[in-house]
Design a protein around this ligand. Structure first.
Ligand code: ATP
Ligand code: MG
Length: 325
């Protein structure tokens, strides 16, 4: 505009006075128009900025209950859309943080509670022994054995806690490879035969293709199997525990079926939560920490699958998960 004005003024002094005057009028009009447009745009920008500032202040002071309450005028509608998206994202981030904080608090509460139980019991037995029971041959050995059992429970709890925290912090690195399914299951089952015999339960491995290879982290899948078979034996008083593999297209489903006490429908969804136990007293009495299935769930999910459970109280339960083959 300025260059143009300079050019026209130069023209006005270079010869034709009448045309030059008109040109000057036109230039003045243009300059005034430019000034008006400038003022108009300046005011509009100021109003827009004020409006945006108001919306932001309301977001900061939590004045909006929902994104629908956020309104900017028509030509700011694109920005309004962005602000709404940002608002929703912030809301969901805050809700997530609150949920995590609550889970952390609950977890700490549970851990302290679970640690307190065996520590108090060990303390109790030692104090009783020190106060004279050590010389009473009818109880001294059994008190020591009980104290010892509680130290084992404590150590199992600490190992489970270390596993859980490693899994959840992503420190647990999986090492995937192919291995023979039959040898894998057979070896684990051998370990549990004495336990099954002790409870007079049959421990059955259903026939399977002895050359079948499955893919996963053998050590971690072993932990999954151990936890599930241990539960099956623990929560079954009569009958059998059956382990089998069902072949599917590109994967197979490993299942552990028992004829035990079963799990009520309302507890089924929660058994995979950390520290959740259907019958707290029974489980604790048996040395259970309530972390076994949480670990199972994490490991199976790290393999890209889900653990499934079906159960009927009084009849038995079946836990299963898939692996690639
Ligand atoms: N096969 C099963 N039959 C019946 N109830 C089961 C079975 N498996 C698990 N449960 C229920 O689910 C709860 C959670 O199982 P989980 O393995 O996580 O804990 P736990 O066995 O009590 O202790 P641990 O951490 O030592 O395994 C158990 O307390 C039990 O009530
Ligand atoms: Mg268990």
């Amino acid at each position: 505009m300025l260059t143009c004005t300079a050019f026209l003024i130069t023209l006005s002094f270079s010869g034709e006075p009448l045309t030059a005057r008109y040109l000057i009028y036109i230039i003045l009009c243009l300059l005034m128009l430019q000034a008006f447009i400038g003022i108009f745009l300046y005011r509009k920008r100021k109003r827009d900025l004020r409006e945006i500032k108001e919306v932001i202040s309301k977001i900061i002071t939590n004045s909006y209950k929902s994104a629908e309450e956020i309104h900017l005028r028509g030509d700011l509608s694109e920005l309004q859309k962005e602000i709404k998206t940002m608002f929703l994202k912030t809301q969901s981030d805050i809700a997530n943080l609150k949920r995590l904080e609550q889970i952390r608090t609950e977890f700490l509460g549970n851990v302290s509670h679970e640690l307190r139980t065996p520590i108090f019991a060990i303390q109790g037995f030692i104090e009783t022994l020190l106060n004279g029971a050590i010389d009473d041959s009818s109880v001294n050995r059994s008190f020591l054995a009980k104290a010892n059992q509680h130290t084992l429970n404590l150590s199992a709890l600490l190992n489970d806690l270390i596993d859980i925290s490693m899994i959840e912090s992503g420190e647990m690195l999986l090492s995937f490879r192919y291995f023979n399914a039959y040898e894998f299951l057979e070896e684990i089952i051998q370990e549990f035969i004495p336990k099954a015999q002790e409870k007079n339960l049959s421990l059955i491995l259903l026939p399977l293709d002895s050359s079948l290879k499955i893919y996963g982290d053998k050590q971690r899948l072993r932990q999954v199997m151990v936890n599930l078979i241990m539960n099956a034996l623990k929560y079954t008083d009569a009958g059998s525990v059956t382990i089998g593999i069902a072949d599917e297209a590109e994967r197979c489903r490993i299942f552990i079926r028992d004829t035990g006490i079963g799990i009520p429908a309302e507890d089924l969804k929660r058994v995979f939560e950390r520290f959740y136990r259907v019958d707290k007293d029974r489980s604790r009495m048996m040395g259970g920490t309530g972390l076994g299935l949480a670990i199972v769930k994490h490991i199976v999910e790290a393999h890209g699958f889900k653990v499934e459970v079906t159960s009927e109280p009084g009849k038995g339960s079946e836990f299963s998960f898939r692996v690639k083959k």
